[in-house]
Write a protein that binds this ligand. Structure first.
Ligand code: NAD
Length: 482
């Protein structure tokens, strides 16, 4: 009997083997310029030099056929597949955040589901006055700012889309994830060379700073800024005077009503909330549960790796995971403690003297609506649950907790009126029904993936076409064939 094995199965086996043979790299084996003694390509000390090199990359892409661009993208996908375990491990080792296996899966998702050149579609209009052709052209050199939460995933996802669109790219990555980000920049350049493209196609900084970001934002060769990060950086690029795509913060609420499949809802919410220790901006951040199903929902969550803390413990934890900071305006506000972001649930619990096993993946607690766990984007596996009386209160709370970010919201329900009402009221870029949050970026849900979800500027689930500008060519009175 012939044994058939699918491509997906082969890939799974290959990545499992790679995962085993590639042990966690020692800290001395990598930094922002080298990995295991191999110099990373495309890394510069000065942002002006990086932009000049990215401009050469842009010129090279411009002179390529679309088929050649696609060859480079195919090579990027292959290398991402093969080296996902390495990037996952450096990502966790460098930032101290997230889960290696989940980061590996995020890279596979990027390799599989980031659209390439097929996403760029031309248009034609014909009529009595002739033919008008509309084509989607590159901007030129794109300046991209990337986060610490999905560092190499964002660099590779952005690179595929931006190169597919015909652009050059210079990155100013998050300083806390610079080795991981630059590993990905080098991977893209290795893919380019292997596919017959230029040796340096995309560029980055040895030591990115706010100053290097400022140089990028005002440089005449930078025609488009793409920023993935928190509110501060999105505001900075939107004030730059250049065309900018802003992918900012979220605080995704989840509503669970009394028509939901509670067993599935409880499991889905814990799975989504704990994916990469809650680092994805789309991950479930607070739950509004109908009062009559809340106990059952909590008990399902407890069976799926959650640990419930009481109100006093929640107060204790709040003092640790949120710290006070005085801003330039002299006002003191609570900000998230970076030492807790993306950490394992047991590590966070240990900070309040609670010792649990590694099997505990999420900390749950019941709070009121005004609790900081509900209001702040924690980005760690702590999930507050607020009991609500009815759908009106659930929607009111869900909309308020989302803070107008228009980012992501989730709902578990079989009542189509309730689902439609919340979707309309919350106005988010992504709305996931009856699934874990990651279904919203194509992981177990239909549609392409991105790690740059541009709510504020409206591009949404960005892809190659988001990084293009429209151009029109008119032939008056001719070129019709009918
Ligand atoms: P962050 O805001 O701390 O940093 C993002 C990047 O901006 C970094 O490269 C940082 O060095 C830079 N930066 C910060 N302030 C700047 C300024 N004033 N000018 C220029 N550059 C500046 O983000 P982070 O902690 O790495 O990521 C977490 C945040 O990003 C969360 O709020 C999360 O929701 C958001 N995020 C959004 C998306 C999305 O697709 N919408 C994706 C990932 C992360």
């Amino acid at each position: 009997m012939a044994l058939t094995i699918s491509e997906a199965e082969i890939r799974q086996v290959v990545s499992q083997v790679l995962n085993k043979v590639q042990s966690a790299p020692a800290a001395k084996d990598w930094d922002s310029t080298q990995y295991a003694g191999r110099k990373l390509i495309g890394i510069y000390e000065d942002m002006n030099d990086a932009i000049a090199a990215a401009n050469e990359g842009y010129k090279a892409v411009r002179s390529m056929t679309v088929e050649q661009r696609e060859k480079i993208i195919t090579e990027i996908r292959k290398l991402t597949y093969a080296e996902a375990p390495i990037m996952a491990k450096i990502g966790v080792a460098e930032t101290g955040m997230g889960k290696v296996e989940h980061k590996r899966l995020k890279h596979i998702l990027v390799a599989d589901k980031t659209p390439g050149t097929e996403d760029i579609v031309s248009n034609a209009k014909t009529g009595d006055s002739g033919l008008t052709l509309i084509e989607m052209a590159p901007f030129g050199v794109v300046g991209a700012i990337t986060p610490s939460t999905n560092p190499s995933e964002t660099v590779i996802c952005n690179s595929i889309g931006m190169i597919a669109a015909g652009n050059g790219v210079v990155f100013n990555p998050h300083p806390n994830a610079i080795a991981t980000s630059n590993y990905a920049v080098d991977l893209v350049n290795r893919a380019s060379k292997a596919a017959g493209g230029p040796e340096v196609l995309v560029c980055s900084m040895k030591k990115p700073t706010l100053e290097s970001a400022a140089v990028m934002q005002s440089h005449p060769l930078i025609r488009l800024l793409v920023c993935t990060g928190g509110p501060g950086v999105v505001k900075a690029v939107l004030s730059s005077g250049k065309k900018a795509i802003g992918a900012g913060a979220g605080n995704p609420p989840v509503i669970v009503d009394d028509t939901a499949d509670i067993k599935k809802a409880g499991k889905d919410i814990i799975d989504g909330c704990t994916f990469d220790n809650n680092l994805p901006c789309i991950a479930e951040k607070e739950v509004f549960a109908f009062r009559n199903i809340a106990d059952e929902l909590i008990s399902v969550m407890l069976k799926n790796g959650a640990y419930k803390i009481d109100a006093a413990q929640a107060e204790q934890l709040a003092k640790i995971v949120l710290v006070e900071k005085t801003g330039k305006d002299g006002k003191t506000r609570k900000i998230v403690n970076r030492e807790c972001v993306g950490r394992d649930a047991d590590v966070i619990l240990a900070k309040i003297g609670v010792n649990v096993s590694k099997d505990i993946r999420c900390i749950i607690c019941e709070t009121d609506f005004n609790h900081p766990f509900v209001q702040e984007e924690l980005m760690m596996p702590i999930l507050p649950i607020v009991r609500v009386d009815n759908i009106d209160q659930a929607i009111e709370y869900g909309v308020k907790a989302e803070h107008g970010n228009r980012h992501t919201a989730h709902m578990h329900s079989k009542n189509i009126d309730n689902l439609s009402r919340f979707a309309k009221a919350v106005e988010t870029t992504i709305f996931v029904k009856n699934a874990p949050s990651y279904a919203g970026i194509g992981f177990g849900g239909e549609g392409h993936t991105t790690f740059t979800i541009a709510g504020p500027t409206g591009e949404g689930i960005t892809s190659a076409r988001s990084f293009t500008r429209q151009r029109r060519c008119v032939m008056a009175d001719s070129f019709r064939i009918i």
